[in-house]
Ligand binder design. Structure first.
Ligand SMILES: *[C@@H]1O[C@H](CO)[C@@H](O)[C@H](O)[C@H]1NC(C)=O
Ligand SMILES: *[C@@H]1O[C@H](CO)[C@@H](O)[C@H](O)[C@H]1NC(C)=O
Length: 217
């Protein structure tokens, strides 16, 4: 009788890389909005221009952004602002802003060969008021830590420029992630306290079985 050896080698690589887990189903627009805000690190920020040459025109800049540490996204975009630059000056006059973040900022759309303007290359567009977070508060510490974790060089930005932690007090959330137009996301759905846990549970799909080798004799 042949002896039988079974050699089974299983390698698991548990990859805890947030960007590896896939975006939620495009029908789940609230989850998609939170996914984009948490997994992108900068936003286009639109303000109403106060430049002498273009007063009243829409104006756009880029700001680094974070909605919380990697394990605790809040959905609230925190930005590091200064009164010295273009958008910083605009919001002193009018703090109504719109920001846009897109998965085009990650490798995801390229991996699907989706053009940045392809609706499936998901975008979230958030309108609200840009507010200074009060220094010395828990929220200031939270926002600053969230920004520093994602953008370590911020710690060394020139102190003399008066950077401060700001957040967007959200009035409206729009998601464009499929054909057929953008969808409004109700704020109670966007701020659903369990939404990130549901996103995190997707991490399990990223447990990659690198190799399963069976040798039978
Ligand atoms: C996440 O951050 C919020 C503050 O925005 C805090 O209340 C909560 O305890 C934090 N949760 C974890 C798991 O750290
Ligand atoms: C900002 O938007 C609000 C509507 O949400 C509007 O009432 C207000 O006038 C705007 N502020 C400025 C300075 O235009």
């Amino acid at each position: 009788m042949n002896s039988k050896f079974v050699v089974l080698t299983i390698f698991f690589a548990v990859v805890n890389a947030r960007l590896l887990y896939n975006p939620p189903d495009p029908d789940k627009v609230a989850a998609m909005a939170r996914y984009i805000i948490h997994n992108t690190d900068w936003a286009s920020v639109a303000t109403i221009s106060t430049l002498k040459t273009t007063v009243g025109y829409p104006f756009v800049t880029l700001k680094s952004m974070s909605d919380g540490p990697s394990d605790n996204g809040t959905g609230i975009p925190y930005l590091y602002m200064t009164d010295l630059d273009l958008s910083g000056k605009d919001i002193l006059v009018n703090n109504n802003v719109t920001i846009m973040c897109s998965l085009a900022e990650t490798d995801y759309c390229k991996s699907k060969t989706w053009d940045p303007q392809d609706p499936r290359c998901a975008k979230v567009i958030i309108t609200g008021k840009l507010l200074k977070v009060d220094k010395g508060t828990d929220e200031y510490a939270f926002g600053e830590n969230a920004l520093y974790e994602k953008h370590p060089s911020m710690r060394y930005w020139p102190k003399g420029h008066g950077f401060y932690v700001a957040k967007i007090d959200i009035l409206q959330v729009l998601v464009l992630d499929h054909f057929g137009g953008a969808e409004f996301v109700p704020l109670d759905k966007y701020f659903d306290p369990d939404i990130m846990q549901r996103l995190d549970s997707l991490d399990f799909e990223e447990i990659m079985v690198i190799a399963v080798n069976g040798v039978y004799n």
